[in-house]
Write a protein that binds this ligand. Structure first.
Ligand SMILES: NC(=O)c1ccc[n+]([C@@H]2O[C@H](COP(=O)([O-])OP(=O)(O)OC[C@H]3O[C@@H](n4cnc5c(N)ncnc54)[C@H](O)[C@@H]3O)[C@@H](O)[C@H]2O)c1
Length: 396
């Protein structure tokens, strides 16, 4: 029986520094993983991770294809930017490896669909790390909602708002390494996907239409470097049942906010209402640096050096499933749940791509808002992946 997975890490940037290094080296999941190689074209990232993982020079690659060809692996984690998840994922699956990617599955449904298909064809495991799925409050909401306790979902509002320091390239040190972070990424690709995924996990509905409204006031006013990007985006998701949700995300909150990310959600249903106080996990700090809400549920640096929290257990559980699969111990029900389009993040990528289309086709007002068009998700899916595939995802 296998007790460890030989893992190749493709891409060792910010998400590895902030989250996955703790998973790999300081978590209860670390004994399941043997970090066998790294591939990253960026010399700085490659060396930083190579040193951390104590990898010899012949286990550090600029090109992931060379890593796949030269190192015996069981799985890879593809931590490249969203639009570069597809290539390494497809090649790793074709080489017989299991694959984990951080959220979102991909930037487009063409990519997400190709990844789903490739995993099916290879008979291998594909897992997407949406860590909010492991947040105990989301899990409890999911179980309660799906028990029928609140009746029919009618409307919802979710928000996830970062402090300006996350997007501001003028801040020193910068929060994200690249000065054009907030131009290359949008609040939709970075934040909306978390909330849209959590919402759809709870209500298990298929989205039918998306319309986004973007606001751009604060970011263009930043000095000396202005940012051509969104302060805030409202993504309206209409489901096939007629239910509607607004997911509001952005990164222009004053830095005095009580948390780096101020976030919450509310679901209104025919027989009840659910409030998710996501940014009030119960540990409040008064300190010379200010007043802040600490979220030990997400990432908790414990006294003995271990790192716990749902940011770690979410990808950790994916590796447990991979190991169980490799040992023939993943039940048919678990395998089926892992292979569902919802689990694989297909609908979340659909919402993401549609919101970006909506804004791109929208009408820009002089007052700084852009009124996006309504995007029909079935039409978008048929255009991008064809009618047959759209039907397979129940976009009929
Ligand atoms: N779980 C989360 O909450 C979370 C948080 C941040 C980022 N992410 C996701 O993680 C992914 C990476 O984001 P990031 O913030 O770390 O980005 P980043 O730009 O900091 O890092 C990406 C890394 O991938 C490397 N790379 C690019 N092309 C490559 C290739 N062909 N082969 C190997 N490596 C390559 C880059 O050199 C860089 O080191 C994205 O999909 C992002 O959305 C998830």
């Amino acid at each position: 029986m296998k007790t460890k997975l030989r893992l190749g890490v493709i891409g060792a940037g910010a998400v590895v520094r902030e989250i996955y290094q703790h998973l790999y080296f300081h978590s209860r999941y670390s004994p399941l993983l043997e970090i066998s190689a790294v591939a990253d074209p960026d010399e700085g990232c490659r060396s930083w991770f190579g040193e951390l993982a104590k990898l010899p020079a012949n286990r550090r690659f600029a090109d992931y294809r060379e890593m796949l060809a030269q190192v015996e692996l069981d799985a890879v984690q593809v931590n490249t930017p969203d639009h570069l998840h597809r290539g390494p994922t497809l090649e790793a699956l074709a080489a017989g490896l299991d694959v984990v990617v951080p959220k979102p599955a991909a930037a487009t449904i063409q990519d997400a669909h190709a990844m789903v298909r490739a995993a099916q064809k290879a008979g291998r495991f594909l897992g997407v790390d949406f860590h909010k799925r492991e947040d105990p409050r989301i899990k409890e909401a999911e179980a309660r909602f799906q028990s029928g306790r609140y009746g029919v979902f009618q409307a919802g509002v979710f928000y996830m708002l970062d402090k300006l320091l996350v997007a501001d390239p003028n801040r020193s040190p910068r929060f994200f390494a690249s000065p054009d972070f907030a131009e290359r990424n949008s609040p939709v690709s970075f934040l909306t996907v978390h909330m849209a995924d959590a919402l759809m996990k709870i209500v298990r509905l298929v989205p039918a239409q998306v319309r986004a409204t973007g606001y751009s006031h604060k970011l263009p006013s930043l000095r000396p470097r202005a940012v051509k990007g969104w302060d805030l985006v409202d993504t309206e998701i209409r489901f096939t049942t007629g239910a509607v949700a607004h997911v509001l995300t952005g990164w222009a909150l004053p830095d005095t906010a009580w948390a780096t990310t101020v976030q919450s959600g509310r679901l209104i249903c025919s027989d009840g209402l659910l409030d998710l106080e996501l940014d009030r996990p119960g540990l409040r700090e008064f300190h010379a640096e200010g007043l802040s809400e600490v979220n030990p549920l997400f990432r908790n640096f414990e006294k003995d050096g271990r790192v716990t929290g749902y940011g770690i257990s979410s990808p950790g559980r994916l590796y447990e499933q991979i190991l169980a699969g490799r040992n023939g111990q993943l039940s048919a029900a678990e395998r089926q749940a892992a292979d569902e389009a919802l689990t694989l993040g297909f609908y979340t990528t659909l919402v993401l791509e549609a919101a970006e289309h909506s804004l791109a086709q929208g009408r820009k007002l002089e007052a700084g808002a852009t009124l996006g068009t309504t995007v029909d998700l079935r039409e978008l899916a048929v255009r991008q992946i064809g009618a047959d595939a759209a039907c397979e995802y129940r976009l009929e």
